[in-house]
Design a protein around this ligand. Sequence first.
Ligand SMILES: Nc1ncnc2c1ncn2[C@@H]1O[C@H](COP(=O)(O)OP(=O)(O)OP(=O)(O)O)[C@@H](O)[C@H]1O
Length: 975
Amino acid sequence: MEPFFTHLLLRLNKFRMESDSDSDGSHISATPPRNLSPSPPRPPPPPLVVSNKSRIRIKPSKSKPGPSGSSKAPSKPDPVLETPLSLPTDLPFQIRRPSDAPSVSSSIETLPAGFFSSSHSASFAKIRRPLINLEPSGIEPVLTPTASNSRANSTDARTRGKTRLPNLIGASAPMPTVKPRPCSGGDGNFVRLNLSGKRRKFLNKKGKSGGKRYKRGKFKSQHEREGEEKDIGELKQRGGCKIREIDCAVVEEAAAAALDEPSEENLVKILKLVYGYDCFRDGQVEAIKMVLAGKSGAVVLPTGAGKSLCYQLPALILPGITLVVSPLVALMTDQLRQLPYVIRGGLLSSTQTPEEASESLMQLRQGGIKVLFVSPERFLNEGFLSIISSLPAISLVVIDEAHCISEWSHNFRPSFMRLRASLLRKTLNVRAVLAMTATATTTTLDAIMSALDIPQSNLIQKAQFRDNFHLSVMKDLLILIKSPPFAEVQSIIIYCKFQYETDQVSRYLNDHSILAKSYHSGITAKERSYVQDLFNSNKIRVVVATVAFGMGLDKSDVGAVIHYSLPESLEEYVQEIGRAGRDGRLSYCHLFYDDETFFKLRSLMYSEGVDEYAVNKFLREVFPADKNSCGKICSLIKESASRRLDMKEEVMLTLLTRLELGNVQYLQLLPQINTTCTLAFHKTTPPLLAQKVSAIAVILKRSENKRGQYTFDIPTVANDMGVTAVELTNQLYDLKLMGEITYEMKDMAYCYRIIEVPTDLLSLSEDITQWLSEVENCKVQKMDAMFSAVYYALNLCDKMQGCNGTNHTPCLQRKILEYFSGVDNTGFCKKTDGQSSPFLRADIKVFLQSNSQAQFTPRAVARIMHGIASPAYPSTTWREQNPCKTCIDPRTRNGAYFVPCQVVGIKLRSCVACYCCRKWGASTHLSSQVETSERKNEALPRLCLMICIFQLSIGNWDSMRPVVGGIKDLQSFAV
Ligand SMILES: Nc1ncnc2c1ncn2[C@@H]1O[C@H](COP(=O)(O)OP(=O)(O)OP(=O)(O)O)[C@@H](O)[C@H]1O
C-alpha cells in the first residue's frame, strides 16, 4: 500500500469519530420515543366518536375489470373537502386499472379520482402476472467456461452460484438473487388493505391477559439457534441464493456501447445480461438515461418498484465511482448484498473493523469499487472528504431515502441536510445527483429538489399504489391471522408502535402456535439479524416489529402486512405495506383502527418540542460570551447538555445543523468526538517531551494533574495550538503508537467551529422556535392525515363511487392520493379550543409548589402532566419519587404526578394516564385481572371518574398549551 494512502487509512481508522446511522430504523424516525415508559394520558374522545363495537367487515371486491378505457364516473363531492379536486396526473403513485390480459404494461395508467365508480369497484383486484422467463431471449449469454453448458439448464446455472460476492461486506455475504418477477411498469406491490375497529387485548391460552405474563421475547437456546442457523445455511446452499453466471467481458462491451449511445436497446441488453430481466419497469429507463446524460434528477417510485436499478446500471456504465448515501447501516448492507456481482461494491461504516475499512479504501483507490455506500454522517468527517476527493472521479451521487433531507418529511434526519448540491459539487466535484424516495408529498419533494438543485423537469414520478383495499373487521389479531385469506399467507409482518407491544404480540402468537418473533431497536443487532434470517428463510411465519424492521428488506413473498397500531403518517403506511407483495402476487394489508393510539401518538408528537426559553438557553451555551470567538472550536457535551437544557440529543443536533445551514452560517459542524482526555506519560518525562512536542507543552499548561494523570479539554488545547481537534487527536495517537503516552477519552460531544457570533440572540431564538414549531405542526398534521383517511373510510364515506358497506377501497385510495398531492383533509382532527378545566390552574400550582426546587419551563410541566419523559425529567426518577397508586401493571406504570381529587375528599398520587383511569374512560386495554381488582375497590370508580375529568381537561396538548403557555413566570405563579 502506498505510504500516503496508509497514512490516510490510519487516520480514518483511528478516528472514526462520526457515528454512522443506527442500524435500526428507529434512529431515522424522530417520533415516537421507542421506549415509552410514561404513557400519555387518555385523551378526550375525538370529535366524531367511533364506537368500539362498530366493526365493519368489508369484503374484498372480486376482480371484475371495468371496460378498458371506460369513462370516469362523476365524483361525488367529498364532504371533508371544501373544493372539488382535480388530481394531477403525476401523482406519487398510479392507480391501476385492471385488465384481463396477463400482459399488463398497457393496462397501467394514471387515473383521476372518481374513476372508481361502483361499477369499477373491482378495479383494484390483483392482477397476477406470469413469471418472467429468466432465459434472456434473443441475446446469447456468454458464460464462463465452468458454466458453458448452463444455458441448457439455466436453473442449474443460477443455483450453482457458490462464487463469493466480490463486494466488500465481510466473508458471508450471500449471493444476489435473480427474482422471477414481471418487469412491466404496473407492478410493484400488490396489497389488499384492510381496516378494522379497535383491536382486542391479548388473551393467552388460559384466558389471562398478556399483561404480566409477557416478558420481552426470549430467544432460543444456543443449541436451537445453531440448528436453525445450519438450516438457513443449507437452504442458501440449496438455492436460496441463486446467481446468474455472466461474462464480464461481454458486460463491459455492452456497458461501453451504452456509454457511447445510451439507447433503450443498449440498456436493455445490459439489463438482460446482468439481471436476466427482459424489460425496464416504469420510470427506470428515464432515470437511467437522465443520469447517463450527466443530469441530476429525482425518482419517486413506490417500494419494490426497482429504484436500485436506476443507479446500479449507470454505475456499471459510467467510468467513475457511484457514491450511495444511505440512512441506515443495515440498509447499506442489504443494498450491497443485492448488487449484481459484476458491479463491485463496498461500504464505509462505523460498524466495520479497521481491516474492513482499510480494505474498502484500498479497493476504492485501486478502482476496485464502483459503488460505495456511505452514511450521511461521513460528510462531516474531513478525513473522509479528503480521501474521497483524492480518489478517481465520482460520476454519480445517489441519495437514497431522499425524503430524509426535508424537515417536512416523515423521516427527517438532520445529517441529510448537509447533502446539498453546493457541498456535493464543491467537495466532490460531482456531475449528477440522483435523489430516490418512495414516499414524498409535494412539499417534501420541493424541499429535496431545491436542496439538491434538481430542476422540476428532471422529476420522474411514476409511482403507483396497491390495487386492493379490502376493509374488514375481525374480532382480534388471532382470528384475523387464522381466517382466510391471512390463514393461507406464509409470511406476515405485524407493525406495532411500541417495543413492549411487539414482545407482547409475538409471545401471544407463539402461545397460539403461530411462529413469531419480535423485532425492534431494543434487541441487539445480532438478534435483529437472526430474526430477519429466520423470517427470510421461512423458519418463522410472523415478524412483529416496530418501524425498525423492513427498510431494505427484499423478501419477495411477504404476503401480508398488518398494522396493529396506527402508523404516524401516510408515508409510513405506504412504505410499510410496500414490504408485501414484492413478488407481484396478491397480498393483504390490514390496519387496526384505534383512536386511542392515535391520541396517544399525537400527544407524543409534541414530546420533542422546545420552548423559546430553552432555545435561548441553548444558543447562550453554543456561542461563548466572548465576541472574538470566531474561528474557535467549541463543543457541547451531549449527555450533560441534554439534561441541562431538557432537550433531546437529536434536537440539539437539529438546531446545530440549522445554525450551520440556515440563512446565515453561524458555525461549521465538525465530527463528534470525546472531548475530555486523561493522559499519562510512560517513556519521556512530561517536561522533556513538552520540549520536543508542542502539543504536550500546551496540554501541560491546560490540564489538571492528579497523581500523574493529566486531564484536559481537547477543543481548548486544539484552539491554543491553532489546529483542529482531529489533528490534535492524531498527534496523540502517534505518541501512543510510539509508547510515549496512553490516554482515555470520554464525554462525547458535538463539535463546531464558530463562523459568526449572532448579534441578536433573542430574535434568533424566536426564529428558530418558530421553525421548530412549524416542523412539529407538520408532524402532527401527518398523524392527523393518517387518522383522517382511515376514519373517513370507516365512518364518513358516503358509500358512493364504488364504496359500499363492505368496500371502501376507492375513498381510501382517494384520500391517500389527495394527501400526496398536498390536500389537507385533517380539519376535523383539530381540537376546537384551548379551554381547560378550572382544576388545571390549581393542579399546576400545587404541582409547582410541591416541586419548588425545580426550574420548569411551561412545556416541561405540560410534558410531565402528560406523563412524557424528557432528558431533565426522566420517567424513572419521577416514577420512583411519586409512584402511581393506581397503576396496576408495573411494566406500564407511569411516572406519577399529583392529581388532587378534592371532590372525593382524598388526595391521590396518580399518573394522569393511569390504566385504571382509562378503564373508566372506556378503554379496551384493560386486562381482565385489572378489571376484577378494580371492581373490588369501591372507592375507585368515583376516584377514577375524577381523574378522568382531570385528564379530559389536559388530555391533549391543544387544551394544555394555552394554560401553561400563558403562565409566563411559572415560579412566581407557584408561590
Ligand atoms: N426491470 C425489472 N424487471 C424485473 N424485476 C426488477 C426490475 N427492476 C428491479 N427489479 C426487482 O425488483 C425488486 C425490488 O427492487 P428494489 O429493491 O430496487 O426496489 P426499491 O424500489 O428500491 O424498493 P424499496 O423502496 O423497498 O427499497 C428487486 O428484486 C429487483 O431485482
